[in-house]
Design a protein around this ligand. Structure first.
Ligand SMILES: Nc1ncnc2c1ncn2[C@@H]1O[C@H](COP(=O)(O)OP(=O)(O)O)[C@@H](O)[C@H]1O
Ligand SMILES: [Mg+2]
Length: 391
């Protein structure tokens, strides 16, 4: 049985694992070069059984190459990949217990839905009765029960992608690899499919390794996100961990928005990570060095990043005196944008340049009332919002 904490798989499509405690996928010191291009650079990671694992990063950072190496379509230049604890160098894709779903799902146009989904089973000479049953189960899982005889061209983009998903699930892979599978869908459908895919993954208990360049998509779906840049892992962790403790500027900017304030490290306690940063404009900011592996030196240039929703903005004079543990700067609003749930204020400050503040709109404030362009304001935030980034 899978060792899922909260959900027993409810379908026989779920793979019944042996007692092995090995991670489903382990990548050990893997580098992949294409000529002079280093697509993947010294990668190490382990994907735990039953997890939803995402590779997130900009175009060209090596996500697809990593997935293709796991699937066996590419070989590492150096390093080793293990599936369920076994090294897989030299094992062809069709003999690995993984299946891939691509953005361009390439269904066979001359086959109906059932024959598309059953394709892999027929290759393996599965009996007709078994094929029919398993195809039916896989279609139920992707909420296309009863669509067996439909032609694929009659289906919407979202339905076609579900057929592609069923075609992969029907083989009972240990690991399902998904390369930007929702990339071709419009925003509304993509959001629906994100929630469905996540629910499906929890239902079947199969490990999903998912590739996306969309940070919101990764945050919505993943148990673990691996942020990549230039072939290198920048950080991996749970979505909240990456958002609240980005270890460097790249992660802080790629996941969410942050206000970067330049400064010099004035004090640093290497045990707790607590540090004080001073800026040319006279700010003294206390916070945490987010990267536990960093060894910054006193006087070195660092960035203090503050998330826009951690800052308050109020008209000058409306604020109570700032307490200990709070930071305060003054500025002038130059733009206020009503975004529905939130209003975003762009404030010009002497101390920190342009600062973006987001304020949650309470119900009833139809216009997102607050300071308007030209208004003098005070921006304040707690020390705990100061993320000190060394790199
Ligand atoms: N078959 C290939 N031949 C040469 N270069 C490649 C090949 N595949 C990928 N690359 C290069 O490797 C880098 C990573 O590509 P890729 O893994 O596709 O990135 P991503 O999926 O993150 O957009 C890019 O610079 C890309 O141009
Ligand atoms: Mg790609």
């Amino acid at each position: 049985m899978t060792t899922q904490a909260n959900a027993e798989p409810t379908s026989t499509v779920a793979r019944t694992h042996g007692g092995s405690e090995q991670p489903d996928v382990r990548i050990s010191g893997v580098t992949k070069r294409f000529g002079d291009v280093v697509a993947v650079d010294e990668m190490d990671l382990a994907v735990e059984r039953g997890s939803f694992y995402s590779f997130l990063g900009p175009s060209g950072c090596g996500k697809t190459t990593t997935l293709r190496m796991i699937a066996g379509f590419e070989q590492p230049t150096s390093g080793e990949i293990y599936l369920a604890g076994e090294p897989v160098a030299g094992i062809p894709p069709y003999r690995r217990n993984v299946n891939t779903v691509f953005q361009h799902y390439a269904l066979f146009p001359h086959m109906d839905v059932a024959r598309n989904v059953g394709y892999g089973l027929r290759q393996k000479k599965t009996s007709k009765a078994d094929e029919t049953r398993r195809v039916g189960e896989a279609l139920e899982l992707v909420r296309l029960g009863g669509y067996e005889r439909r032609r694929t061209w009659e289906l919407s983009g979202g339905q076609q992608q579900r057929v592609a998903l069923a075609r992969a699930l029907v083989n009972h892979p240990t690991v399902l690899l998904l390369d930007e599978p929702l990339g071709a869908l419009d925003l509304k459908l993509r959001k629906e499919m994100q929630l469905e895919l996540k629910a499906l993954q929890q239902e079947v208990g199969i490990t999903f390794v998912y590739v996306t360049h969309d940070q919101e998509e990764a945050l919505t779906m993943s148990d673990v996100i691996v942020v990549m840049h230039h072939g290198r892992i920048q950080q991996q962790g749970a979505p909240a961990e990456l958002y609240e403790r980005p270890v460097n500027r790249f992660v802080a900017n790629f996941i969410g928005v942050s206000n970067p304030i330049d400064g010099q490290l004035a004090e640093h306690d290497p045990v707790t990570g607590r540090a004080v940063v001073t800026t040319e404009r006279g700010l003294r900011l206390t916070g945490l060095v987010t990267d536990p592996a960093a060894h910054p030196t006193i006087g070195q240039h660092v960035i203090v990043a503050v998330r826009p929703e951690r800052m308050r903005v109020e008209p000058v004079g409306a604020t109570e005196p700032v307490e200990a543990g709070w930071n305060r700067i003054e500025g002038r609003v130059h733009q206020g944008t009503y975004l529905g749930e939130q209003t975003e204020f762009r404030v010009t400050t002497d101390a920190a340049g342009e600062v973006v503040v987001r304020r949650q709109n309470a119900s009833g404030t139809a216009t997102g009332a607050g300071p308007g362009p030209g208004d003098a304001v005070v921006i304040s935030w707690e020390d705990s919002a100061n993320l000190i980034l060394v790199a």
